[in-house]
Design a binder for this molecule. Structure first.
Ligand SMILES: NC(=O)c1ccc[n+]([C@@H]2O[C@H](COP(=O)([O-])OP(=O)(O)OC[C@H]3O[C@@H](n4cnc5c(N)ncnc54)[C@H](OP(=O)(O)O)[C@@H]3O)[C@@H](O)[C@H]2O)c1
Length: 252
């Protein structure tokens, strides 16, 4: 049985805690946070606020905002225990107050209100020694079938790539919705296209899956679209992404 304590009650902390609650190989010892959990009896029973006297655990998972990890790690008083964070973009160095440190980065987008199938989520693990890696691997395998050993540079690269494929794409959905709303068409009409675009790259490389006026170098349609757009930010994004698609095409 691996004994785990989680620090934080945000999106990632909540989902990890719920998964560990149902895992046979993990005992969730404590959830340490400054705000209280009201809506979940199991989790609220585990809660404490005291980083200075944490209960004994094998692994302490700090799942707080990136900017708070270092401060929380400093306040967490443990000795010779493995302390990890869950951040894609944060150096291990922020855990420098602890002798044994690592990263336990679940590569998914989490919101408390949206259920996720954890068994498919890649968990990217980094540790400074082999024993700690094995411990994190066992912990990861208790909730997911997709465990990956990565180093700090690879974790950062994945995080940057994730911003492109998740956060930026979602922002483009928001712009698409705005354009639909302004022209009184239902954004839902685009849902099958959105799903097919995402599904396509399970079979084709993104380069091969690319379609549209930029890929065809259809300058007439591109000019008509730019003429249609009245919002400066939308025009700028359209031009930048169109040029990027054209440039990628030239590299092939
Ligand atoms: N969300 C994702 O999709 C995702 C995916 C992979 C990895 N991550 C990583 O997971 C970590 C947590 O992200 P999240 O999305 O779960 O964050 P979140 O939902 O915004 O929650 C942040 C948590 O940090 C706590 N916190 C913030 N500042 C604090 C401070 N100064 N002292 C103590 N606690 C503090 C908050 O406490 P209060 O509620 O009291 O403010 C809250 O429990 C981050 O490192 C993030 O990069 C996130």
């Amino acid at each position: 049985m691996i004994k785990v304590s989680i620090i934080g009650t945000g999106n990632v902390a909540y989902h990890l805690a719920k998964e560990f609650e149902h895992s046979e190989n993990v005992e969730l010892i404590e959830i340490i946070s400054r705000s209280t959990i009201n809506n979940d009896k199991f989790l609220s029973n585990k809660q404490s606020t005291n980083l200075s006297f944490p209960k004994d655990a094998d692994v302490y998972i700090i799942a707080v905002s990136d900017s708070a990890i270092e401060e929380v790690a400093q306040d967490l008083k443990t000795q010779n225990k493995l302390v990890v964070h869950t951040s894609g973009g944060t150096e291990l160095h922020v855990l420098h107050h602890h002798d044994r440190k690592g990263a336990f980065y679940p590569l998914q987008t989490f919101s408390k209100l949206k259920k996720v199938n954890f068994s498919e989520i890649p968990i990217c693990i980094e540790a400074e020694n082999e024993n700690d890696y094995k411990l994190l691997e066992a912990l990861g395998l208790s909730i997911s079938n997709n465990i990956n050993r990565i180093n700090s540079k690879q974790r950062k690269a994945l995080h940057v790539a994730a911003v492109f494929v998740c956060n930026f794409v979602n922002h483009l959905y928001a712009i698409g919705q705005e354009i639909c709303n302004q022209n009184k068409v239902d954004f839902k009409l685009l849902q099958p296209l959105i799903l097919e675009t995402a599904n396509k790259i399970l079979e084709l490389s993104p380069i091969d899956a690319q379609t549209g006026p930029a890929k065809r170098n259809d300058t007439q349609t591109i000019a008509a679209h730019l003429n249609f757009l009245t919002n400066e930010n939308q025009s700028l994004l359209y031009k930048t992404l169109t040029q990027s698609i054209i440039d990628y095409g030239k590299k092939l």
